[in-house]
Design a protein around this ligand. Structure first.
Ligand code: G3P
Length: 216
């Protein structure tokens, strides 16, 4: 499973990349707004930091505007994936942009049949939001299981990009289900690496080593 970081904060991206675990980046308008920086400047910087795909989201809602904006965003760098919403207009834009050879990430997916349409329209990625479904007492990971089954049934090349991840169990379940990508906030990436028994083990080894009075 590929691991993307879900952030527009370049320091967080640098730290995750240094861990050697980063395959790509996803941003959204809320994450870009949090940086306080202009959209194009921050997206260009992120694209120069990692070779993998960087998702940058269109703000238009109408198909023609989405296509025009998507083409403009795709010009920013070779590793851009243009994000469009999972609406009728978004699907029209997905068809047009993917025909141009642009990588399209269809976002805000909350139902398996929406994902089926995104795959039919030529999406490179579809982004189901698991955390936001859990928030309304609906099984977010059940959505991932359904989409993975449907895509496998028909050999769709569209990748399932699990988004709105809130904790390590979401990542574990995504990997168990065979999702192609998880996009994860930096805080959760750090949580994945941590285990209390690892910390206790290090302390014990260090204490025993000190007792032996040897030097490394
Ligand atoms: O990038 C989209 C998604 O990951 C948003 O997550 O936590 O705002 O639902 P969240």
């Amino acid at each position: 499973m590929k691991l993307f970081i879900d952030t527009a904060d370049v320091d967080e991206i640098r730290q995750a990349a240094a861990m050697g675990v980063l395959d790509g980046v996803t941003t959204n308008p809320s994450l870009i707004a949090k940086t306080g920086r202009p959209f194009e400047e921050v997206v260009k910087e992120i694209c120069s930091m990692i070779p993998g795909p960087v998702s940058a989201e269109c703000m238009s809602t109408d198909a023609e505007d989405l296509i025009e904006e998507g083409r403009r965003i795709a010009e920013i760098a070779d590793n851009i994936a243009v994000k469009v919403p999972l609406t009728v207009d978004g699907l029209r834009a997905t068809k047009a942009l993917s025909a141009d050879g642009v990588k399209v990430n269809v976002t805000l997916c909350f139902h398996p049949v929406q994902a089926l349409l995104a795959a039919k329209a030529g999406a490179t990625y579809v982004s189901p939001f698991v955390g936001r479904l859990d928030d309304i007492t609906t099984d977010g990971m059940g959505l991932i299981a359904d989409i993975v089954t449907i895509f496998d049934n028909y050999d769709f090349p569209t990748e399932v990009l699990v988004a709105s991840i809130r904790h390590p169990i979401h990542v574990l379940e995504a990997a168990r289900l065979g999702a192609h990508v998880s996009t994860i906030p930096y805080k959760v990436i750090a949580q994945l690496a941590n285990h209390p028994l690892t910390d206790i083990g290090i302390e014990r080894f260090l204490a025993d080593w000190r007792k032996s009075q040897q030097s490394a």
